[in-house]
Design a binder for this molecule. Structure first.
Ligand code: COA
Length: 710
């Protein structure tokens, strides 16, 4: 029996060979080893043919050109040398394609990423469809890798140094128009005429009637080389604090490679690829990628459960969260009723939503008309107009149990029987909010993160009463808004808030004990968090944080006891960024500096003690890790994978560590237990290691099966 082939060939009357890549049985074209072998055989065949004048390379998938090299192949790389060899093989193949002696035109529609773009770069000419699904980019650095099939060498030689560094170092995905402006593609046409245009281009190239324009590296860029690379390095270090080796490696590959002939540049790239492919950072980032893919398929809802399609959404509460949710839904094409008790509140909410869209308009990703269309999807209301027809109601009123109960009761009186009711809360147990609900089976929690349009996580919270279809509805809706969705069981603080607070408490306690605010925050950003814990408390709002911390203290006892000084900070009228006073004071343009008067509210006064960074990090991070394990042990979390995704995308836990559970696997349960025991002896039983962790330390098991032991 013959193996199904990925490439189909068709020779047209003009001698243009159209190669259609359609990897059998897969939704997307991904360049696995078998496909590359097939391409190699195909090139030998074409090299021997005399009837072919040009080649068009297109995809047979509906909306995908090539999604890249197969990421699963990267995980199997065991040594730097093996990685380098793999890269060399891919480069050799693309070299052959480039030297085919015939014009090859890539007809690009849909995602053309990573190895897919590198393949296109080895073609003589690139035409892209102007479809919104068309996206070109080199996302390798986001996986801790450097492009390894010529991307770091061919791209700068095509579009210049600065532009190529931007594409390579950000991993950003470019629309066809942007790619054209950059010189990355030669032409952009409507999708329906793409194939014809590609064929004509191949013919014109063969006839010599079409000569592609190449910008290449300009004279000016050659003169400014040292400056360009210095700036690129500085910008990477400023953004990532040096935690990510791949972008720095990519800069070196471009720097060294473009100073030499292509062949030597490719050898340099392959070596760099091999080095980073086996780095723990790449392993962690790839694991996060796979985790996000897995949660698209499995969040524990029984198979076959049908979600209700949300055509109409009602949002109760037009504050920052409510308006943010409404805007995100309008963006996704959903009709939204936005309800609040007063007209000024509604007007403010709509202004906020417009601000979100206007920002995108200013950046050129939306037209004024598109902004208008989104705004038209949102209808404000002061009463229950429109609630009866809603498929989903999300309340986002103030974090107050009684208020939320009242909103739920009022909504239940207005909505249809099959409408799902969700509370957007960051700490109040859903079971408590829904205690008196008439239809408990339709009640759940949807914990969005602020700002809603930027934060990629949605934590869906289910009680024992919640129906699976209601959960499926919330999950499908969250995915439609483009969020990574995890489903957790109900409990105070659910997962993300619950694991966050011991960390925040510890940071405040350190200030109480004598550490400087900036020292604590700096230690945690050095660890890899995007902002320090005290700056985060200011962002969340000290009043809000203090309220949540009381809820958690009440539920979990001493372990979650807030530091004494927190109450004094609240009494002092400090609310954080929103009233300009917190641990920091806030000036114009988001500038902040530590407020020295904060030390008047804690013991020790302005004299701060010096702490070793490691000490500060251990106290905060281990408090968080331990609580995450308790959430898993108690079944709040379904899996370590969900715990990793939730913490990375909800709270900015360093992605290069892969999430708390992957990090614990890296450290080893025994080591983590010992650290916690040491902390417990020095600072109190709140650090007592979670029994599950102790058990794992004994058995030698890991949270993720494939993880190496520390
Ligand atoms: N390697 C291996 N598998 C890949 C892949 C890759 N480069 N790109 C996508 N896939 C897989 C997904 O894991 C998923 O597998 P599953 O069906 O077993 O879950 C499947 O292809 C479909 O992907 P999905 O993300 O659901 O499709 P989409 O249409 O929503 O998005 C992309 C398509 C291409 C935009 C998206 O898959 C993507 O961004 N992929 C990563 C691309 C990348 O980083 N490439 C560079 C590699 S160096």
């Amino acid at each position: 029996m013959s193996v199904p082939r990925a490439f189909a060939q068709e020779l047209d009357r003009d001698g243009i060979l159209v190669l259609t890549l359609d990897v059998p049985g897969e939704k997307l074209n991904v360049l696995g080893r078998a496909i590359l072998a097939e391409l190699e055989a195909l090139l030998s065949e074409i090299e021997a043919r005399v009837d072919v004048r040009g080649v068009v390379l297109r995809s047979g998938k509906a909306d995908n050109f090539i999604a890249g090299a197969d990421i699963k192949d990267f995980v199997r790389i065991r040594s730097a040398l093996e990685g380098e060899t793999l890269s060399r093989a891919a480069q050799a193949l693309l070299d052959r394609l480039e030297r085919l002696g015939l014009p090859v035109v890539a007809a690009i529609h849909g995602a053309c990423l990573g190895g897919g773009l590198e393949l296109a770069l080895a073609c003589r000419y690139r035409i892209a469809s102007d479809d919104p699904k068309t996206a070109l980019g080199l996302p390798e650095v986001t996986l801790g890798l450097v492009p390894g099939a010529g991307g770091t060498q061919r791209l700068p030689r095509l579009v210049g140094l600065a532009k190529s560094l931007d594409v390579i170092l950000t991993g950003r995905r470019l629309s066809a128009r942007r790619a054209l402006a950059l010189g990355l593609v030669d032409d952009v046409v409507p999708g329906v005429v793409l194939d014809g245009a590609a064929r004509r281009a191949a013919l014109a190239l063969a006839d010599g009637g079409l000569v592609p324009r190449r910008r290449g590296i300009s004279l000016l860029e050659r003169l400014l080389r040292p400056l360009i690379f210095r700036k690129a390095r500085a910008s990477v270090l400023a953004k990532s604090g040096g935690h990510y080796p791949a972008p720095l490696s990519a800069i070196e590959a471009v720097r060294e490679g473009t100073a030499r002939p292509l062949a030597e540049g490719l050898a340099i790239e392959a070596r760099r690829f091999g080095e980073v492919a086996v780095s723990p950072v790449s392993r962690a980032l790839v694991s996060v990628f796979f985790a996000t893919q897995e949660i698209k398929k499995d969040v524990g809802i029984p198979e076959g459960t049908a979600a209700r399609e949300v055509r109409k959404l009602a949002v109760v509460g037009a504050g920052l969260m409510g308006a943010g949710i409404a805007a995100a839904a309008a963006e996704a094409g959903v009709l939204v009723r936005l309800k609040d008790a007063s007209s000024p509140a509604l007007a403010k909410g709509l202004r906020y939503a417009r601000g979100v869209f206007d920002e995108r308009r200013r950046r050129g990703s939306l037209t004024a008309r598109e902004v208008g269309r989104r705004m038209d999807r949102m209808a404000p209301t002061l009463d229950d107009t429109g609630l009866r027809r809603a498929d989903l109601v999300i309340e986002a009123v103030f974090e107050d149990l009684e208020l939320k109960r009242r909103v739920l009761a009022a909504a239940e009186a207005a909505i249809g029987d099959d409408c799902v009711f969700a509370s957007n809360t960051s700490s109040l147990p859903i079971g408590e909010i829904g205690r008196d609900a008439r239809r408990k089976t339709r009640v759940l929690g949807m914990h969005f993160f602020s700002p809603v349009h930027r934060m990629p996580l949605l934590e869906v919270i289910v009680t024992n009463d919640t129906d699976a279809w209601a959960t499926a509805t919330a999950v499908a809706f969250g995915r439609r808004l483009g969020k990574h969705v995890i489903v957790v069981r109900d409990g105070p603080g659910f997962y993300t808030t619950r694991a966050l607070f011991p960390y925040l408490n510890e940071a405040t306690r350190l200030v109480e004990e004598g550490a400087a605010v900036e020292a604590v925050d700096r230690a945690m950003t050095a660890f890899g968090f995007p902002v320090g814990p005290l700056a985060l408390i200011d962002e969340v709002g000290i009043d809000v944080g203090s309220k949540i911390s009381k809820v958690l203290h009440h539920s979990f006892g001493d372990r979650m006891e807030p530091p004494e000084s927190l109450a004094r900070v609240v009494e002092d009228g400090r609310q954080g960024r929103k009233n300009g006073r917190g641990f920091y004071v806030y000036g114009g343009k988001g500038k902040k500096r530590v407020d020295p008067s904060i030390y008047g509210l804690v013991p020790g006064g302005p004299e701060r003690r010096a702490y070793e960074e490691r000490v500060l990090q251990d106290r905060c991070v281990f408090a968080l890790l331990n609580e995450a394990v308790l959430c898993l042990q108690e079944g709040i979390l379904r899996s370590p994978r969900d715990g990793d995704v939730g913490m990375v995308f909800g709270l900015g836990f360093p992605p290069f560590l892969g999430g708390p559970f992957r990090y614990l696997d890296h450290l080893g349960a025994r080591f983590a237990t010992e650290v916690l025991e040491r902390l417990a002896a020095a600072h109190g039983p709140r650090f007592a290691p979670a029994p599950m962790l102790v058990e794992m330390a004994k058995s030698g098991k890991t949270f993720h099966q494939e993880a190496p032991r520390g």
